[in-house]
Design a protein around this ligand. Structure first.
Ligand code: URA
Length: 300
């Protein structure tokens, strides 16, 4: 490991790490000399010299942003100890999820990190529900009603989501509900990838604070962002994925991670009610895993 570093180089590398962190990339691993094939989503390969320099400049206590989750196994090339202690996000030192969510909300602040802040949003829609929920639903982004009320899923799609939750034998207050982006995209357009990438680290931190047993991704935007996979919704739904948000250490014994299920977005179901049956199958899979008996009426 070099003892002294050219200050220019040190500054440039530190800036690069922060840039990757801002994008949710948190893992760095040494690139094997002759190949790129081992690169994994959410990780950055660095060469031997860079690795040595990173080792030198990543001091314990330096703040690192969370990574995006990898839905399958954690990247095999990652060695958490490679660069010594990597600092936790502030909420990771508190065990109370209420306090943790408050810290994350404060960190989000009056966010101006992406263009959505200047495209007509009235307010940030952070999330709502039980901070200790076993079940969490993740949608795409606030619509007009959510933007007006500051709460996710309060419009027509929200009414349908409430009915889905009730059909499972639960109350809206039992679960936690959040979105990939926390500001309304103008005209309810799909959020752009860079908007999702900027905002999703906060969602990852919410999930890590709540530590649910199951996360249900509602629709393609949520599914693709949580899973970092680009398959169609039809291909993604109907099974569980092991899910640990970026930034949660594999050695964290307080939470093994969640199971993640993908299903149709309620707004899509309003347009195509024929998919309600498939959605109910996905929710039944979740209920079985959580040991929830459906109320008789919903079970038919
Ligand atoms: N659609 C979403 O994806 N999220 C909401 O909060 C409302 C509608």
């Amino acid at each position: 490991m070099p003892r002294t570093l050219d200050p220019e180089l040190r500054r440039a590398l530190a800036a690069r790490i922060r840039y990757y962190n801002e994008m949710g990339i948190y893992d760095f691993y040494r690139r094997p000399s002759s190949e790129h094939a081992g690169e994994v989503a959410g990780s950055i390969a660095v060469d031997e010299q860079e690795a040595n320099i990173l080792e030198h400049i990543l001091q314990p206590g330096e703040e690192m942003s969370p990574r995006k989750a990898t839905a399958v196994a954690r990247p095999i090339a990652v060695d958490e100890n490679m660069f010594g202690a990597i600092a936790l996000k502030p909420e990771q030192s508190v065990s109370d999820p209420v306090k943790a969510l408050k810290i994350i909300r404060e960190d989000l602040g009056d966010c101006t990190r992406c263009v959505l802040h200047k495209q007509g949003r009235k307010q940030i829609v952070f999330g709502v529900g039980n901070p200790k929920a076993e079940l969490m639903f993740v949608g795409e982004g606030p619509g007009a009603d959510e933007d007006a009320q500051g709460e996710p899923f309060v419009g027509r799609a929200g009414q349908l989501l409430n009915n889905m939750i009730k059909a499972m034998g639960l109350q809206r207050e039992d679960v936690y509900i959040a979105n990939v982006v926390k500001c309304r995209p103008p005209g309810n357009r799909t959020p752009e990838p860079d908007e999702c990438d900027t905002c999703s680290p906060f969602l990852m931190r919410q999930i890590a604070a709540i530590k649910p047993k199951v996360v249900v991704a509602l629709g393609a935007t949520a599914a693709k962002n949580l899973l970092a996979m680009n398959s169609s919704l039809g291909e993604l739904r109907g099974r569980f994925y092991d899910f640990k948000p970026a930034g949660v250490r594999s050695s964290d014994s307080s939470w093994p991670g969640a199971r993640l299920a993908v299903t149709y977005h309620p707004a899509y179901l309003l347009r195509d009610p024929r998919q309600k049956g498939e959605t109910w199958k996905d929710l039944q899979m979740v209920m079985k895993y959580l040991g929830i008996e459906p109320p008789k009426k919903a079970a038919e």
